[in-house]
Design a binder for this molecule. Structure first.
Ligand code: AMP
Length: 306
């Protein structure tokens, strides 16, 4: 099945306790598209960059089979720029700079060839642009998933609530779930957030795994114990790409298949954190992915006779 991905395609500058980068390729849609390209049959990208965005980075996406017909290039403008600095625990970070640039007045255009995309992943972006994408799809997709962040909760809460009400799956982290719901308990937060519209909710908990809520059930996916976490930037988006990519590949939106999709999301994210930016996810082999999925299976298996 084909997957439509929207989100930022950006320059990032990252600082972690292990080092610092100048401007490197980043953005939510970049990570989602790369990650899902290993799973979904066809990935259709809707995004915008400025004339400063390197052609070889667009080619990198194309080399992964990502269709870039929906990627607008505004020659006279600058690409979105984000800069962040991680604390020593690598779980929390400060945003140092967010320059919207081309994103400030982004008007998403969905090419005719993307209109039949069955799965949609609304990556991190202004919620009114995310909503425009839903409204501009001529055929109703089978499943729409959405990511967002505290930045949009702070500056566009009303718009955000309207968009959240239109999606099937919301994917956020624990801090964002608490901010969105005003509740500390993740169980209470999940109940409140699902009452806002989404039938399913995924709460990512960084190095502590992820929770999937829906159909009055909860699934708790562990996280792999990694020897080195080098840079968590993009891990959330890479998770989202693995999750939705697996659903698009298997075309099965049951709760039990979503559990498998959460394992794929976690697998892809576990690669992402091992190197700076998207470096580790540009060149993965199927056998690497499969053996890491196997590690997750081994980690979560338990038999108890009662
Ligand atoms: P993550 O680490 O999964 O939260 O994603 C980091 C990516 O999100 C970076 O590559 C940034 O370019 C992108 N990003 C950061 N802030 C925003 C924002 N306000 N809107 C869209 N994308 C953003």
């Amino acid at each position: 099945m084909s997957l439509l991905v929207i989100g930022s395609v950006a320059f990032d500058a990252i600082e972690t306790p292990f080092g610092k980068t100048d401007k490197i390729i980043g953005g939510a849609a970049t990570y989602i598209a790369l990650s899902s390209s290993y799973l979904a049959n066809k990935v259709n990208l809707v995004a915008v960059v400025g004339g400063d965005f390197p052609k070889e980075d667009i080619k990198l996406l194309q080399d992964h089979g990502v269709d870039t017909e929906g990627l607008q290039v505004k020659e006279d403008e600058k690409s979105f720029f984000w800069s962040g600095k991680y604390h020593n625990d690598m779980n929390s970070r400060d945003t140092l700079v967010t320059e919207l640039n081309v994103l400030a007045d982004f008007d998403p255009v969905i090419p005719a060839s993307y209109q039949s995309s069955e799965y949609v992943m609304l990556g991190n972006l202004s919620p009114d642009v995310q909503r425009k994408v839903i409204e501009r799809m001529e055929n109703k997709p089978k499943l729409i998933a959405m990511d967002t962040m505290n930045f949009w909760m702070d500056i566009a809460r009303e718009e955000l609530d309207k968009t959240i009400a239109m999606v099937d799956v919301l994917i956020i982290n624990d801090e964002e779930a608490r901010q969105l719901s005003g509740e500390y308990s993740l169980k209470t937060a999940a109940t409140k957030i699902m009452a806002m519209g989404p039938k399913y909710l995924i709460i990512k908990k960084g190095e502590h795994g992820a929770l999937l809520f829906g159909e009055d059930k909860v699934y708790c996916c562990p996280a792999l114990l990694l020897e080195s976490v080098f840079d968590p930037t993009g891990a959330g988006d890479t998770f989202a790409g693995g999750f939705i990519g697996y659903l698009a590949k298997t075309d099965d939106t049951s709760f039990s298949n979503m559990k498998r999709a959460v394992i794929y999301g976690s697998t892809m994210a576990s690669f992402c954190v091992e190197k700076f930016g998207a470096e580790r996810i540009v060149n993965l082999s199927d056998s690497e992915i499969n053996s890491r999925v196997q590690e997750f299976i081994d980690l979560s298996q338990v038999k108890i006779s009662l």
